[in-house]
Structure formats: C-alpha cells, structure tokens
Design a protein around this ligand. Structure first.
Ligand SMILES: Nc1nc2c(c(=O)[nH]1)N[C@H]1C(S)=C(S)[C@@H](COP(=O)(O)O)O[C@H]1N2
Ligand SMILES: [Mo]
Length: 198
C-alpha cells in the first residue's frame, strides 16, 4: 500500500520528463553569444511580413490581458525543469492586437542580438504559449530573456526567443539560427525531435 502511494507521484513526474532528458537543479541559463541589455521602457516588438506592420511597446504589452503560467521547460542539451512559474501575455491574446494575413503559415521570431527561431503558425498560436515578462514573481532577469521572451512549452526551449523583438509572418517555412545549424525544424521533446531532418 505504502509503496503504491509513494510510487504514483514519481511515475507522474517521470511521464513529464521527455526521453533523454534529466531534471536540472536550479534554472540554468542557455545563451548563444552575449546577453543584450534592454530596458523595459525601451523594449519594442515589431510585427511584419504577412501581417499589418506594427510596433508593440512595453506599455502596449502591459495593457493586454495578463495571465499566470506554470510550464515545464525542456532544453535540447538534455536538461528539463518542471513547473516554471511565469506571468505574461498569452499568444492568443496578443494576436487580438495584430492583423495577420490568412496566407501566413509560419512565423520567424527575431531577438535583440540577432537570434532567430522559426515556428509553424499552429505551433505559435496555442493557448499555452505566452510572451513572458515575469519569472517567479520577479521581473524576468536579463539572462533568462528579460524584459520579454516567448515561451512555447510543447517544444524544446530553443523555440522561444529570449529578448524577443520581432515576429515576421511568412507564407512558407524559413529556418532560424539553430534550425540552420543542425537542429530540427520543429523540436517536439517527447518525439525527441532534436537534430535536423531536412
Ligand atoms: N535570443 C535567444 N533566445 C534563446 C536562446 C539564445 O541563445 N538567444 N537560447 C535558447 C535555448 S537553446 C534555450 S534552452 C532557452 C534557454 O532559456 P534560459 O536561458 O532562460 O534557460 O532559450 C532559448 N532562447
Ligand atoms: Mo536549449
């Protein structure tokens, strides 16, 4: 009886850790290159491509509906962190503020510092995806992508640009930084979509 009682939570935990991943202690920082320094009041997110061009400011973002999120985080370098707590704006709420052409099927995220990462539109516009500005109740620290980053919990964490500053809507798939450098175009952790299949 006792064994059964104590086994269940660990089975559940194990089910949430994708194959080939282990649980990290703390919250590691994974950045290619330098950490840009962007003050919240100077932060801007430009929308272009197959969308009406628009610049979203920090003030604009704060005026959108705010939500809390608890999400698991999986880095393709094999560490995962469960139940990360964030606040921010749901992508589905953000989409209400912009006008995207129905011909758009992909989106490229751009970031201060030049990082890019691509997403199919159906992987971008999902209830559980969000633009995060708060981590564990504190302003998102710069090393973790502050003032604003994207979080896409159902894919490996490289699919969320830290210091995000652009969304380019596209009528075809283009590859972002890691995707051009040997990583998978989609990156679903339970399917271990780690390395390029193209
Ligand atoms: N702009 C930018 N975004 C980025 C990265 C980066 O190097 N630059 N690294 C990606 C990778 S590989 C991961 S695992 C996560 C790491 O987020 P963390 O540093 O907050 O743990 O951010 C992703 N977003
Ligand atoms: Mo990563």
């Amino acid at each position: 009886m006792l064994g059964k009682f104590f086994h269940k939570p660990s089975d559940e935990l194990r089910d949430r850790v994708p194959p080939g991943q282990h649980l990290a202690t703390g919250f590691p920082v994974l950045t290619y290159g330098d950490t840009p320094s962007v003050a919240a009041e100077n932060w801007q997110l430009k929308v272009w491509g197959l969308a009406q061009e628009k610049v979203i400011t920090w003030q604009d973002l704060m005026a959108m509906p705010q939500s809390e999120f608890t999400a698991d985080f999986h880095c393709v370098t094999t560490w995962s962190k469960l139940d990360v707590q964030w606040c921010g704006v749901k992508v589905t709420d953000f989409m209400q503020a912009i006008e995207v052409d129905p011909k758009a099927v992909h989106v490229m995220q751009h970031a201060y510092g030049g990082y890019t990462t691509n997403l199919a539109l159906e992987d971008f516009v999902r209830e559980e995806n969000f633009l995060a500005h708060t981590l564990y109740g504190e302003p998102l620290p710069a090393p973790h992508g502050g003032p604003v980053r994207l979080v896409v919990p159902h894919l490996y964490a490289w699919k969320g640009a830290k210091w995000i500053n652009g969304l380019e809507f596209l009528d075809r798939q283009e590859l972002g930084f890691w995707e051009r450098n040997g990583y998978h175009h989609r990156g679903e952790p339970f399917a271990e979509e780690r390395y390029s299949d193209l």
